[in-house]
Design a protein around this ligand. Sequence first.
Ligand SMILES: [Zn+2]
Length: 187
Amino acid sequence: MEGRFSSTGSKAGRVAMYALALALASCTASADTAEQPDFAIRDIAVVLRSSEPFTRASDFPARVESTLDAALEYWGGGWDHLAGRSITFEGNQTVTCGTHAGAFGCFDGNIRLSTRDPAFPFSCVEQTVLVHEVGHAVIGDVAHEDPRWMDFGAVMARLDGRRGYTASGEGDCQLFVSVWQHPPDLR
Ligand SMILES: [Zn+2]
């Protein structure tokens, strides 16, 4: 699963794709605008384009916030690194990120991420690549050269053992550090 988590595309490409995504989204919007957030966490707009059970659970906003808090602590960032940005949870298995069509998540100024693993739907927000994408928001480092991209032990310790949600009810929220990890990109 390595190497598909985020874009290394050009800034211009990312901006262009973001504009395209907005245009496509506006075609499928119903009454409200495409980027109308479903809720906000502090100054962060959260958009739901997924029907996975965990995104519909009553504790979802609090779980997103505490996951962001753990990720920001890990990366040495603060809420100001995310202020004014949006986080979009997509139902598709992958998201397009710049020229990269098979990403699980993307940071291009805003964060978009899948709510599915290739093998199974995630059962909680902590399982997604959100922790990884927050890293890009805080330190940039599109080439994944910082050693923290291969660690995440402190985040695991803080977020492990929470409740998950499945189509048939409550389940576990087993975390896999490999989902967040990324080796340094080859140059
Ligand atoms: Zn990345």
